[in-house]
Structures are given as C-alpha cells and as structure tokens.
Write a protein that binds this ligand. Structure first.
Ligand code: NI
Length: 180
C-alpha cells in the first residue's frame, strides 16, 4: 500500500480513454494493490472520489467514499467506500439537472459550476468481477458522473457551460461545493 502521486490537468493520461479490465485482471493481485494504493491516496488527499487515471493508471477503475459529515461538504448522504470496475452510466429519461461547484484533485485550487443530471442508472463490476446495476440520484449521481468522466478522458471543466464560473476556490463562497 502506498500514497501515489496525483497527476494534474495537462498530463496526457488524463485525456485518454482508459481500457476496460477483464475478469482475470479484476480478481488478480495487481488490481488489488492498485485499489489499495487508490484508497491510501484518496485518504491522504482528503477527497471523496478517485479514478485510476488520476494516478497515471489508464484502466476503468474508480473509488468513491462519501462520509456522512464531510468536513468540507456539510452534511451528505453517506456512501461507504465502493470500488467501481468498468462502470457504464445511462441517464434516466427526463432526469432533472442540478449544479454544484465541482473541484478535482487533478485540477487543484480551482472550482467550476457544473450542471449534471440527477438520476442515473449504473452498471459496474465489483472486485470479484460480479456485475451490479444500481440507481443513483442527487449528489451521488453527480459524483459518479465526475469520477467516471475521468475514465473517458474528461475533466469537470469540459462539462462547464459558463466559463465565468471557473474560479479559485479561496474566492468561492461555500455553497453546493463538491470536491473529489
Ligand atoms: Ni476529479
């Protein structure tokens, strides 16, 4: 287990489509070690989500852990540490959108206002290679979209529609702030 370096916007790995993992890999030792490193790195950074490309591993793997009382996020609905392998999002028809001031460990110091659909269906595999299907709503739907965007080479800034709402975080009044 190790805290790994988080790469920042401008590093080419963040703009690649990550490759899918096949079952033999998912249950293998290398991916276990990678997930352990991601958990250590996420905890050291104090974030709520991390995708493998953020530590320069271009594979379809992300972790999310949302505490009930996040120090920076106010009171949230908890999501225990969950590992998502090969996730696929589909937005539920007619889902409402909502905005958050998103931040990213790969875009340190900045926040941007991003509006995203608030109801998604998600298919993913766990670390045993078992397929799951789950619905996520609200903030959890936002976090999933932000994290899994990293697996297709996207950053939150790509999802912004009003670039006047890209600001340094020390100038932001905390309200609907999300930082991965
Ligand atoms: Ni991010």
């Amino acid at each position: 287990m190790a805290v790994r370096e988080i790469i920042r916007m401008g590093h080419p790995t963040l703009r690649k489509v990550a490759r899918q993992l096949h079952k033999e890999e998912i249950v293998g030792r290398e991916i276990r070690t990678l997930v352990d490193d991601m958990v250590d790195t996420l905890h050291a950074a104090g974030g709520i989500g991390l995708a493998a490309p953020q530590i320069n591993e271009s594979v379809q793997l992300a972790i999310i852990q949302i505490p009930k009382l996040g120090s920076r996020y106010g009171e949230l609905e908890e999501l225990p540490l969950t590992v998502f392998v090969n996730p696929e999002i589909s937005v539920v028809a007619n889902a409402c959108s909502a905005g958050n001031w998103e931040g990213c460990l790969s875009v340190p110091g900045l926040r941007g206002w991003v509006e995203r659909p608030q109801h998604i269906n998600l298919r993913y595999q766990d670390l045993e290679g078992v397929q799951h299907q789950r619905e996520f709503t609200g903030f959890h739907a936002t976090v999933c979209q932000h994290e899994f965007d990293h697996l297709t080479g996207h950053l939150f800034v790509d999802r912004m529609t009003d670039m006047t709402k890209l600001v340094f975080e020390d100038l932001l009044v905390p309200e609907n702030v999300y930082h991965d």
